[in-house]
Design a protein around this ligand. Structure first.
Ligand SMILES: [Zn+2]
Length: 276
């Protein structure tokens, strides 16, 4: 499966899936599923308030446990997740395409397991690979069921292609989609080659994410305009305030991962990581 618009305002994935369809990407073997996930959020896109269409009621990418999917709560996103999860249940290998708020280097989010790291290594793009276990606010689709079970061969990669709405993000998304299919032998290398617009790096860099900082109050702010991947040399450096409480880096040479401009209680403000 290649999935897009899990977040409705992240258009590069939809551009890539459309590109596969326009070019009639047809599996040589097995089954290829192409997905537009949060269609309702996508359709709510308003150029005057472009970030608002990330979701309608709640983040579609925080709902992926059996408890939530089979539970009693209701929202536009839960209804959509309940509609599509029987399809996701059939997926062996997933590439989930996203983009980011800030203009920072593209990333692969490989999850917490060795099999995710190996899958990212095999994929070979982009340069930065995060190994992580997600957000307190709920489980991501890339961590759903077998994708986060070390005893199955099911596997998933989430790619953050760059900043929302940048042409370069859609160029990488298209490259990633075709590369994913040719890597798995779903299409031939000859079929994919004309669409590979971004060259792989000489070497990938792996970052281990130790955890998120989850916002506690309704007045969170960073002390600087971080864009992500800043390396803060000293432990205990104050990077923000949550109410009156200073938020500090947990260790030396701490990397700030995807600092968020959505700063409500329960949300991830930033994640901390280190090079491995
Ligand atoms: Zn996203």
């Amino acid at each position: 499966m290649i999935s897009s618009v899990v977040h409705g305002n992240e258009l590069c994935g939809a551009i890539a899936v459309d590109h596969l369809m326009q070019n009639k990407a047809c599996p040589l073997h097995g089954k290829l599923t192409l997905a537009f996930m949060n269609v309702a959020a996508y359709h709510s896109f308003d150029p005057d308030n472009p970030s608002a269409s990330r979701f309608v009621d709640e983040d579609f990418n925080r709902l992926w446990t059996k408890e939530e999917l089979e539970g009693k709560r209701d929202s536009v996103e839960l209804r959509r997740a309940r509609e599509v999860h029987p399809i996701v249940d059939t997926v062996d290998l997933l590439l989930d395409i996203h983009s980011m708020q800030t203009n920072t280097l593209p990333l692969i989010v490989a999850g917490p397991l060795q099999k995710g790291r190996e899958f990212a290594k095999q994929f070979g793009i982009p340069e930065m690979v995060l190994t992580d276990s997600g957000h307190k606010a709920g489980r991501r689709m890339r961590d759903y069921e077998g994708f986060s079970d070390p005893n199955t061969t099911r596997n998933a990669l989430l790619i953050e292609c760059g900043q929302h709405w940048e042409v370069s993000s859609s160029e990488l998304a298209i490259t990633a989609a075709w590369r994913f299919l040719s890597m798995l032998g779903v299409v031939s290398e000859e079929t994919a080659a004309p669409h590979l617009r971004v060259q792989p790096p000489d070497q990938q860099q792996f970052v281990e994410v130790s955890g998120p900082y989850t916002i506690q109050t309704d007045s969170f702010s960073f002390v600087e305009k971080y864009v992500g991947l800043e390396v803060i040399p000293s432990a205990e450096t104050i990077i923000g305030y949550d109410g009156d409480e200073p938020v500090k880096t947990p260790y030396n040479n701490c990397i700030l991962i995807m600092p968020s401009r959505r700063q409500l209680p329960g949300d991830t403000a930033v994640r901390f990581g280190k090079y491995v």
